[in-house]
Write a protein that binds this ligand. Structure first.
Ligand SMILES: Cc1cc2nc3c(=O)[nH]c(=O)nc-3n(C[C@H](O)[C@H](O)[C@H](O)COP(=O)(O)OP(=O)(O)OC[C@H]3O[C@@H](n4cnc5c(N)ncnc54)[C@H](O)[C@@H]3O)c2cc1C
Length: 416
């Protein structure tokens, strides 16, 4: 079924009886050419592009819970391509270009909203760093614009410009950045993949990898053994546990990140803002809730929920630039498990086990990467070569000393 304005009109006139399920619920087959482990955004996008772009067939996505139950349905929905380093910026710009055509491509309303992102700066040194980053972005074909206080005041009158500790001096605007309805991305990719014959198998946890003579021949699951020509792992916060099944110890730690949403308010934030003197980011959903987050909880965990001290920390940062948020009631908070790599950048690579490929280490920036991650992983799975925008994301960069340390904080996963 193709979704369109005409279809909505027709269904409205006929009692909405013609809608069909967005994807099937198939039983697993004994063998597939490609088995993707993890039904998050990255796993589903990989399956979608494998089928659509690379014209492969006999593909399955295995998800231990329900699709969209992981980080793809838990993030703060921000997309952007405002990176500094050569290893990152072309990849994220590729991703942003894919976002720009995604809804037409997979025929699903994911509410892609390029409402812009504004990184606020609070010191002269920070302004210089932002100018450098803006120039790097422009050199890679992205957009960047330095705004002064007066320009920001016109767009965001509710910010606290004269905060005694962190006055707002200006900001770096990235107008093509914005937000996307996160779970609709999972649903859109799932529907698009299913239409092209991909089996999406939920409640099917992978419990082991079958490796014979150095080659991965399939996966043990809660629903029995499933043979695989090639296996791709995209399980985000569970990366270490999954790859331990292949005897690999990853340069990744799992940490909790929380997010928050307030009651619905009248429009006060037209775009996404980030606080430069700490770690706080905020946007307003179409329903009116302020959606925001900050730092990791700061300890290793596989629990999908966080603790109170970080709530206080994030609230304090919010109050430093957006004091009227103190009057809003918090409706919900939740947590997700982040696959924090040692340099803060991801891995899309082959592994020493033949036929086994790995995609992970997205830290808390993997949502914006979803389209490019899926495309590049599908490219690697079919050609055995990295996509030109993802050549830096090799796992051996940690041994070779060619880390992509965007933040410059060293091998400190909890600080990236
Ligand atoms: C609070 C929060 C805010 C964030 N904000 C942003 C943001 O604003 N912008 C941004 O770019 N990124 C953000 N992120 C990060 C982003 O959400 C993740 O990097 C990205 O979603 C990870 O990729 P994924 O969608 O494939 O992960 P997931 O959705 O977590 O998918 C992985 C899937 O693998 C499944 N799985 C795990 N183990 C197994 C197994 N053994 N067998 C089968 N399946 C298994 C899981 O159940 C899960 O569904 C945020 C994350 C959180 C938690």
């Amino acid at each position: 079924m193709r979704y369109s304005g005409f279809r909505i009109f027709k269904e409205a006139l006929t009692g909405h009886k013609g809608w069909t399920p967005a994807w099937r619920d198939p039983d697993p087959q004994p063998h597939y050419d490609y088995v993707i482990v993890g039904g998050g955004g990255h796993g589903l996008a990989t399956a979608y592009y494998l089928a659509k772009q690379f014209r492969q067939s006999r593909i399955a996505v295995l998800e231990k819970g329900w699709i969209g139950g992981g980080n793809v349905g838990r993030n703060t929905t921000i997309i952007r391509s405002n990176y500094l380093l050569d290893g990152n910026e072309p990849f994220y710009e590729f991703s942003l270009k894919l976002w720009e055509g995604l809804e037409q491509d997979f025929n699903y309303n994911a509410m892609v909203s390029q409402r812009g992102i504004l990184n606020l700066y609070h010191s002269d040194a920070q302004r210089d760093a932002f100018i450098r980053r803006g120039n790097a972005m422009i050199l890679h074909g992205a957009d960047a614009e330095l705004l002064d206080r007066a320009q920001i005041r016109r767009e965001y009158p509710f910010l606290d410009f004269d905060n005694a500790r962190f006055p707002i001096l200006g900001g770096l605007a990235h107008r093509r950045g914005g937000t996307v309805r996160h779970d609709a991305v999972a649903w859109g990719y799932a529907r698009g993949a299913d239409q092209r014959g991909v089996d999406i198998i939920q409640n099917c946890a992978v419990t082991g990898l079958r490796i014979e003579n150095g080659r991965c021949t399939g996966v043990e699951t809660a629903r029995g053994f499933i043979g695989a020509g090639k296996g791709g792992v995209a399980v985000a916060g569970n990366s270490s546990r999954l790859m331990a099944m292949a005897g690999m110890r990853l340069p990744i730690e799992s940490h909790v990140l929380q997010a928050f949403v307030t009651e619905g308010l009248k429009p006060i934030l037209p775009g996404v803002i980030t606080f430069g003197a700490g770690h706080f980011y905020c946007s307003q959903s179409d329903k009116g809730g302020l959606v925001f987050g900050g730092d990791l909880d700061g300890y290793n965990s596989y629990a999908q929920r966080g603790n109170l001290p970080i709530i206080e920390d994030v609230a304090a940062e919010a109050m430093a630039i957006l004091p009227n948020l103190g009057r809003a009631r918090l409706l919900r908070s939740w947590g997700g498990v982040m696959d924090m790599s040692m340099d803060g950048s991801p891995i899309i690579d082959r592994t020493p086990v033949e036929g086994l490929y790995f995609n992970g280490g997205w830290c808390y920036g993997g949502f914006k990467a979803t389209p490019a991650s899926g495309w590049c992983f599908a490219h690697l799975l079919t050609t055995d070569q990295p996509h030109p925008t993802a050549t830096a994301y090799r796992i051996d960069r940690f041994a070779r000393g060619t880390m992509i340390d965007e933040k410059g904080v060293g091998a400190q996963p909890n600080r990236h």
